[in-house]
Design a protein around this ligand. Structure first.
Ligand SMILES: *Cc1c(COP(=O)(O)O)cnc(C)c1O
Length: 383
């Protein structure tokens, strides 16, 4: 089919690569000499993994991290050569492809045998980061299984199949790690695990434990490298500190245009279930984004910016659209006309994605990550 229609998107997420580079630079400066791994799992928290990875590396991240090997392979296919770690595996993880493409593997236990098999098959050593579960109870070897895992890793390293590069763990407390005894306890267990690994003759060059909340608040967690996720996207992991407080700039903005504008009488019911009724004669603007685009259905009352003014979502958010009460004269055709620019959150409005997350009873991480594939990412280059 010939694409004869206009190229301008109808709804968009703008990704500000200058902000991304600023955040990477700020983090790199504050954790140095520790290195920065930019975590780009889940399509770069919804921002576009390949594009984010490229800018992150250019701006000072020396490592990249993904959950899945398949995500890491996509980065390699895009020509990204930086050191890359993937840590969440299944019986169907393509370990051979990972080893062949120089992707480091987080290893928590018996999958080390599958990793060694991949090394045999490719005739290349598998680069491994052993993971200790210090209390989160997700992946990672529990402390009682740690000694055996280190022993096996050392054997495989002796035979040239595995090269242990690092030891890592992940924290359970994210909201406020300062003075948090659970973080202290996890760190204590972690350092013991590193000692054990070294006793087995493993060189542990890259010790890494810190996620965004830890790297932003606990310098004692920086070690050799931090794994920076939400912070690189300019989002605060803390309930009581904004991105601005942390010196970070939000990277994502979510925009569209007004699709329809009409008069409404007092008492008019709006959207499914009439969860909202107009209190006065007014006008209604239709915004062409809904939960099919990742706008959470329950975010009733969330803020919306239209052409310089602030409004709120009126009534239920539907799959494709929601309505805004313009609180204006019934005959006023100049406020928020069809085509007026709309922003749900972002740079122009200054509305933080946190406001939408709060209205949806979730966190900024989930909000940005779930913006749908129906919303094109428009990348504003780093200047
Ligand atoms: C997602 C993830 C991170 C990044 O966490 P943020 O809180 O977004 O910084 C770091 N490490 C691991 C193991 C993760 O899964």
């Amino acid at each position: 089919m010939v694409k004869s229609w206009t190229a301008a998107p109808e709804r968009w997420v703008t990704i500000d690569h200058s902000a991304l580079a600023h955040n990477i630079g700020t983090i790199a400066q504050s954790v140095k000499p520790a290195q920065v791994m930019a975590v780009v799992k889940a399509d770069g928290y919804g921002h576009g993994a390949v594009e984010v990875a490229q800018t992150a590396v250019a701006a000072g991240a020396t490592w990249l991290g993904t959950a899945h090997v398949r995500e890491a392979l996509e980065l390699r296919e895009a020509g990204i050569a930086a050191p890359l770690l993937a840590w969440l595996h299944t019986i169907n993880t393509p370990f051979e492809a990972a080893v062949a493409h120089n992707i480091d593997l987080g290893v928590s236990g018996p999958e080390i045998e599958a990793v060694a098999d991949a090394a045999r098959a490719t005739n290349l050593p598998a680069r491994v980061h052993l993971k200790i579960d210090t209390g989160l109870s997700r992946n990672g070897a529990v402390p009682e299984a740690w000694d055996a895992l280190c022993r096996r890793a050392a054997e495989l390293q002796q035979s040239g199949l595995v090269r242990v590069v690092g030891v890592f763990t992940h924290f359970a407390v994210a909201d406020d790690p300062v003075g948090e005894p659970a973080v202290d306890e996890q760190l204590r267990v972690y350092h013991e695990a590193v000692d054990t690994a070294r006793k087995h003759g493993l060189t542990v060059d890259v010790r890494h434990v810190a996620n965004s909340p830890a790297l932003l608040s606990r310098p004692d967690t920086h070690l050799d490298m931090v794994r920076a996720g939400v912070a690189i996207y300019g989002l605060s992991p803390f309930a009581d500190r904004t991105a601005t407080d942390l010196g970070l700039r939000p990277v994502m903005s979510f925009g569209t245009t007004v699709a329809h504008n009409k008069p409404a009488d007092e008492g008019t019911g709006v959207s499914y279930g009439y969860a909202y009724r107009c209190e006065t004669p007014t006008r209604l603007a239709l915004i062409p984004c809904g939960y099919g685009d990742g706008v959470p259905r329950i975010a009733a009352g969330a803020p919306v910016w239209i052409g310089g003014k602030y409004y709120r979502v009126a009534g239920r958010i539907a799959m494709d659209q929601f309505v805004v009460d313009l609180n204006t004269d019934r005959d006023d055709e100049t406020t928020a006309p069809v085509g007026a620019e709309v922003e749900l959150f972002g740079a122009q409005s200054g509305i933080p994605s946190d406001a939408w997350a709060q209205a949806a009873d979730t966190i900024n991480y989930e909000l940005v990550t779930r913006i749908g594939t129906r919303v094109p990412r428009v990348h504003k280059q780093w200047v």
